[in-house]
Design a protein around this ligand. Structure first.
Ligand code: F6P
Length: 319
C-alpha cells in the first residue's frame, strides 16, 4: 500500500504536525508514503518525494508546511484532476490524503468521483469553516494569536481613549472573529454571516462612553460587506471618537501550533491512516466533542455550518 500526502490552499499552524502523523502512521502500519510538494499544483508538476520517519523529524512544533502549499487553477478543472490522477498512478499511489480547507477537500472529492481514487481529507485551515468538524487544525492557534494582538491593542487603545477596529481573517466564516472577540472582551463582533446596523454599534459605543468607558474594541471579519476604513469613518462621524483600524493579516496564519492543534492533528492523522488500512474509499476526518469522527467526503462537505450567533449575544451581556 502506498499513500500520497499533500497540503493545499492557505497554510495553517498544525499542518506539519498533521503531515507527521500521516507519515509516521503509515510507516507504523507498514505502508509506504510519498509527500507531494506544492499541493495540487505539485501533483500536476510531479513533485513527489518518498518520506521516511526522519523526513518529519522536528516539525511537530513548526508553523507553515514542509510540503509547501499552493492554489492551483489547473487542478480546479476536471481535465486537471484527470492529469493529477495520471501522476498518482505513475507513482503507484493507492490513496491520497489532502490537508486543507473547503476548497482542498472539495477538490479531493471531485477527484474521487471522477477516478475512484481513494481520497481522504484532513481539516487544515485557520478559518474553521468546515461544518463536519467542531474545529479545524490551525484554528486554535490562530485565535490565540489574535487574542495576544487584542491584548496589545487594548493597552494602546485605552491609553489614547480610542475605538479600534481589529480586522481578522474569514472571508465567508466569522468563527475567528466570534471566538477571539468573545475571549478578548470585544464590544462588538461583526461577521459575514449576519448583517449589522451601524446605528446599533454607535449606540453601544456611546452608551459605553456615558458609563465612563475609555475605549472600545470592535472585532470585524474581513468578509463583512463594508471595508474597515469606511466603517471607522462612519463610527467616528457618529460617535466623535477617534477610530483606528488594525488589519492583522497573515500573522494569524503563522507561528507554532498550540497543544490543542497538535493533538487534533495527531489524532485525525492517525485515524485517517487507519481508515485507509480498513479499506474505506474516501472520508473526511474531524472532531465532534472529544470524539474523532469521519464521514464520506460528499456527506461531510454537504453539512451546514453551525454559526455561534450566541457568542455575539453573550458579548452584549458582558459589555
Ligand atoms: O487560510 C484561509 C485564509 O486565511 C482566509 O481567511 C483568507 O481570506 C485567505 O486565506 C487569504 O489567503 P491568501 O492571501 O494566501 O490567498
Amino acid at each position: 500500500m502506498r499513500v500520497g500526502v499533500l497540503t493545499s490552499g492557505g497554510d495553517a499552524p498544525g499542518m506539519n504536525a498533521t503531515i507527521r502523523a500521516v507519515v509516521r502512521g503509515c510507516l507504523y502500519y507498514g505502508m509506504e508514503v510519498f509527500g507531494i510538494h506544492q499541493g495540487y499544483e505539485g501533483l500536476l508538476n510531479d513533485e513527489f518525494e518518498p518520506m521516511q520517519k526522519s523526513s518529519v523529524a522536528d516539525i511537530i512544533h513548526r508553523g507553515g508546511t514542509i510540503l509547501q502549499t499552493a492554489r492551483s487553477d489547473e487542478f480546479m478543472t476536471d481535465e486537471g484532476k484527470l492529469k493529477g490522477y495520471e501522476r498518482l498512478k505513475i507513482h503507484g499511489i493507492d490513496a491520497l490524503v489532502v490537508i486543507g480547507g473547503d476548497g482542498t477537500l472539495n477538490g479531493g472529492l471531485r477527484l474521487h468521483e471522477l477516478t475512484r481514487m481513494p481520497v481522504f481529507g484532513l481539516p487544515g485551515t485557520i478559518d474553521n469553516d468546515l461544518a463536519y468538524t467542531d474545529f479545524t487544525i490551525g484554528f486554535d492557534t490562530s485565535i490565540n494569536t489574535v487574542l495576544s494582538a487584542i491584548g496589545n491593542i487594548r493597552d494602546t487603545s485605552s491609553a489614547h481613549g480610542r475605538t479600534t477596529i481589529i480586522e481578522v481573517m474569514g472571508r465567508h466564516c466569522g468563527d475567528i472573529a466570534l471566538h477571539a472577540g468573545l475571549a478578548g472582551g470585544a464590544e462588538t463582533i461583526l461577521i459575514p454571516e449576519k448583517p449589522f446596523d451601524i446605528d446599533d454599534i454607535a449606540a453601544k459605543l456611546l452608551a459605553g462612553k456615558e458609563r465612563g468607558k475609555k475605549h472600545s474594541i470592535i472585532i470585524k471579519a474581513e468578509g463583512v460587506g463594508m471595508s474597515s476604513e469606511e466603517l471607522a469613518k462612519k463610527i467616528s462621524d457618529i460617535t466623535h471618537a477617534e477610530t483606528k483600524v488594525v488589519v492583522l493579516g497573515y500573522i494569524q496564519r503563522g507561528g507554532g501550533p498550540t497543544a490543542r492543534d497538535r493533538i487534533l492533528a495527531s489524532r485525525t492523522g492517525v485515524r485517517c491512516v487507519e481508515l485507509i488500512r480498513e479499506g474505506v474509499t474516501n472520508a473526511a476526518v474531524g472532531i465532534k466533542g472529544d470524539t474523532i469522527v469521519d464521514y464520506p467526503l460528499s456527506v461531510a462537505l454537504a453539512m451546514e455550518k453551525n454559526v455561534h450567533f450566541d457568542y455575539q449575544r453573550i458579548c452584549d451581556i458582558l459589555l
